[in-house]
Design a protein around this ligand. Structure first.
Ligand code: FPP
Length: 159
Protein backbone atom coordinates (compact mmCIF):
# COMPACT_ATOMS: atom_id res chain seq x y z
CA UNK A 1 0.00 0.00 0.00
CA UNK A 2 1.38 3.45 -0.90
CA UNK A 3 2.06 6.04 1.82
CA UNK A 4 -1.02 8.12 1.00
CA UNK A 5 -3.30 5.08 1.20
CA UNK A 6 -1.88 3.89 4.52
CA UNK A 7 -2.77 7.30 5.99
CA UNK A 8 -6.49 6.80 5.31
CA UNK A 9 -8.67 6.38 8.40
CA UNK A 10 -9.98 2.76 8.15
CA UNK A 11 -13.33 3.66 9.76
CA UNK A 12 -13.93 6.34 7.09
CA UNK A 13 -13.68 4.06 4.06
CA UNK A 14 -16.99 4.11 2.14
CA UNK A 15 -18.66 0.77 1.57
CA UNK A 16 -19.71 1.62 -1.99
CA UNK A 17 -18.10 4.01 -4.48
CA UNK A 18 -19.64 4.78 -7.89
CA UNK A 19 -17.87 6.32 -10.88
CA UNK A 20 -19.43 7.90 -13.95
CA UNK A 21 -16.89 7.24 -16.67
CA UNK A 22 -16.39 10.53 -18.50
CA UNK A 23 -13.71 12.49 -20.32
CA UNK A 24 -12.04 9.57 -22.15
CA UNK A 25 -12.66 11.18 -25.54
CA UNK A 26 -11.50 14.68 -24.50
CA UNK A 27 -8.42 13.24 -22.85
CA UNK A 28 -7.51 11.32 -26.03
CA UNK A 29 -8.11 14.42 -28.19
CA UNK A 30 -5.74 16.42 -25.98
CA UNK A 31 -3.10 13.76 -26.67
CA UNK A 32 -3.79 14.01 -30.43
CA UNK A 33 -5.25 10.49 -30.38
CA UNK A 34 -8.47 8.76 -31.47
CA UNK A 35 -11.33 8.62 -28.95
CA UNK A 36 -10.94 4.82 -28.67
CA UNK A 37 -7.40 5.35 -27.40
CA UNK A 38 -9.03 7.28 -24.53
CA UNK A 39 -11.51 4.49 -23.87
CA UNK A 40 -8.66 1.93 -23.76
CA UNK A 41 -6.88 4.17 -21.23
CA UNK A 42 -10.20 4.31 -19.32
CA UNK A 43 -10.11 0.52 -18.96
CA UNK A 44 -6.57 0.78 -17.51
CA UNK A 45 -7.87 3.36 -15.00
CA UNK A 46 -10.67 0.99 -14.00
CA UNK A 47 -8.06 -1.72 -13.30
CA UNK A 48 -6.12 0.71 -11.07
CA UNK A 49 -9.32 1.70 -9.26
CA UNK A 50 -10.22 -1.95 -8.59
CA UNK A 51 -6.74 -2.61 -7.19
CA UNK A 52 -6.87 0.45 -4.92
CA UNK A 53 -10.43 -0.24 -3.78
CA UNK A 54 -9.37 -3.76 -2.72
CA UNK A 55 -6.35 -2.40 -0.89
CA UNK A 56 -8.34 0.13 1.16
CA UNK A 57 -11.35 -2.14 1.74
CA UNK A 58 -14.12 -0.64 -0.41
CA UNK A 59 -16.66 -3.44 -0.81
CA UNK A 60 -18.68 -2.30 -3.84
CA UNK A 61 -17.55 -0.40 -6.93
CA UNK A 62 -20.06 0.69 -9.55
CA UNK A 63 -18.76 1.82 -12.94
CA UNK A 64 -21.30 3.71 -15.04
CA UNK A 65 -19.70 2.70 -18.35
CA UNK A 66 -22.31 2.81 -21.14
CA UNK A 67 -25.65 4.61 -20.97
CA UNK A 68 -28.67 4.15 -23.26
CA UNK A 69 -27.73 7.55 -24.77
CA UNK A 70 -24.28 6.27 -25.72
CA UNK A 71 -25.90 4.24 -28.57
CA UNK A 72 -26.16 7.61 -30.40
CA UNK A 73 -22.39 7.82 -30.80
CA UNK A 74 -20.79 7.02 -34.19
CA UNK A 75 -21.14 3.31 -35.06
CA UNK A 76 -17.36 2.73 -35.08
CA UNK A 77 -17.04 4.16 -31.56
CA UNK A 78 -19.91 2.00 -30.24
CA UNK A 79 -18.43 -1.11 -31.91
CA UNK A 80 -14.99 -0.24 -30.50
CA UNK A 81 -16.44 0.13 -27.00
CA UNK A 82 -18.16 -3.26 -27.23
CA UNK A 83 -14.88 -4.85 -28.41
CA UNK A 84 -13.02 -3.20 -25.53
CA UNK A 85 -15.56 -4.58 -23.08
CA UNK A 86 -15.20 -8.14 -24.44
CA UNK A 87 -11.40 -7.84 -24.45
CA UNK A 88 -11.30 -6.44 -20.91
CA UNK A 89 -13.46 -9.29 -19.61
CA UNK A 90 -11.36 -11.88 -21.49
CA UNK A 91 -8.08 -10.41 -20.19
CA UNK A 92 -9.12 -9.65 -16.61
CA UNK A 93 -11.60 -12.29 -15.44
CA UNK A 94 -8.96 -14.77 -14.21
CA UNK A 95 -7.12 -12.04 -12.31
CA UNK A 96 -10.38 -10.73 -10.80
CA UNK A 97 -11.34 -14.25 -9.79
CA UNK A 98 -7.94 -14.88 -8.21
CA UNK A 99 -8.35 -11.65 -6.23
CA UNK A 100 -11.84 -12.50 -4.97
CA UNK A 101 -13.66 -9.94 -7.13
CA UNK A 102 -17.29 -10.67 -7.96
CA UNK A 103 -18.67 -9.20 -11.19
CA UNK A 104 -22.27 -8.01 -11.54
CA UNK A 105 -24.05 -5.77 -14.04
CA UNK A 106 -26.91 -3.31 -13.87
CA UNK A 107 -28.78 -2.02 -16.91
CA UNK A 108 -30.44 -3.89 -19.74
CA UNK A 109 -27.59 -6.01 -21.02
CA UNK A 110 -29.96 -7.98 -23.29
CA UNK A 111 -29.53 -5.23 -25.92
CA UNK A 112 -25.72 -5.61 -26.07
CA UNK A 113 -24.05 -7.69 -28.80
CA UNK A 114 -24.18 -11.45 -28.11
CA UNK A 115 -20.39 -11.59 -27.67
CA UNK A 116 -20.68 -9.07 -24.79
CA UNK A 117 -23.63 -10.83 -23.18
CA UNK A 118 -21.86 -14.20 -23.34
CA UNK A 119 -18.57 -12.96 -21.92
CA UNK A 120 -20.33 -11.00 -19.17
CA UNK A 121 -22.49 -13.97 -18.20
CA UNK A 122 -19.48 -16.30 -18.12
CA UNK A 123 -17.52 -13.90 -15.92
CA UNK A 124 -20.52 -13.32 -13.65
CA UNK A 125 -21.00 -17.10 -13.24
CA UNK A 126 -17.31 -17.73 -12.62
CA UNK A 127 -16.95 -15.00 -9.96
CA UNK A 128 -20.35 -15.35 -8.28
CA UNK A 129 -19.05 -16.70 -4.94
CA UNK A 130 -16.24 -14.17 -4.51
CA UNK A 131 -16.51 -11.72 -1.65
CA UNK A 132 -13.49 -9.43 -1.46
CA UNK A 133 -14.98 -6.75 -3.75
CA UNK A 134 -18.09 -6.54 -5.92
CA UNK A 135 -17.58 -4.78 -9.25
CA UNK A 136 -20.86 -3.62 -10.78
CA UNK A 137 -20.71 -2.57 -14.44
CA UNK A 138 -23.59 -0.31 -15.47
CA UNK A 139 -24.19 -1.09 -19.15
CA UNK A 140 -27.02 0.20 -21.30
CA UNK A 141 -28.17 1.94 -18.13
CA UNK A 142 -30.73 4.70 -17.70
CA UNK A 143 -32.61 6.26 -14.80
CA UNK A 144 -35.79 4.72 -16.25
CA UNK A 145 -34.21 1.22 -16.18
CA UNK A 146 -33.09 1.69 -12.55
CA UNK A 147 -36.57 2.81 -11.40
CA UNK A 148 -38.36 0.01 -13.31
CA UNK A 149 -35.93 -2.56 -12.00
CA UNK A 150 -36.30 -1.34 -8.39
CA UNK A 151 -40.13 -1.59 -8.76
CA UNK A 152 -39.83 -5.15 -10.12
CA UNK A 153 -37.63 -6.20 -7.18
CA UNK A 154 -40.03 -4.59 -4.67
CA UNK A 155 -43.05 -6.25 -6.35
CA UNK A 156 -41.28 -9.64 -6.16
CA UNK A 157 -40.54 -9.11 -2.44
CA UNK A 158 -44.15 -8.17 -1.71
CA UNK A 159 -45.38 -11.26 -3.61
C1 FPP B 1 -16.83 8.27 -21.15
O1 FPP B 1 -15.96 9.07 -21.92
C2 FPP B 1 -16.69 6.84 -21.42
C3 FPP B 1 -17.63 6.08 -22.04
C4 FPP B 1 -18.94 6.60 -22.50
C5 FPP B 1 -17.42 4.63 -22.29
C6 FPP B 1 -16.60 3.87 -21.23
C7 FPP B 1 -16.68 2.40 -21.53
C8 FPP B 1 -15.63 1.62 -21.80
C9 FPP B 1 -14.22 2.11 -21.77
C10 FPP B 1 -15.92 0.18 -22.19
C11 FPP B 1 -15.29 -0.82 -21.29
C12 FPP B 1 -15.66 -0.58 -19.87
C13 FPP B 1 -15.28 -1.30 -18.81
C14 FPP B 1 -15.64 -0.78 -17.46
C15 FPP B 1 -14.54 -2.58 -18.90
P1 FPP B 1 -16.57 10.01 -23.03
O2 FPP B 1 -16.49 9.33 -24.34
O3 FPP B 1 -17.93 10.47 -22.62
O4 FPP B 1 -15.56 11.18 -23.00
P2 FPP B 1 -15.86 12.69 -23.41
O5 FPP B 1 -16.79 13.23 -22.37
O6 FPP B 1 -14.51 13.30 -23.35
O7 FPP B 1 -16.44 12.68 -24.78
Amino acid sequence: MTNELSQLEPTNIPKHVAFIMDGNGRWAKNQGQHRLFGHAAGVESVKEIIKTAREVGVQYLTMYAFSTENWNRPADEVAGLMDLLVQAIANETDEMHKNGVRLLTIGDISALPTSCIDSLNNAIAKTKDNNSLTLILALNYSARWEITNACKILAERVK
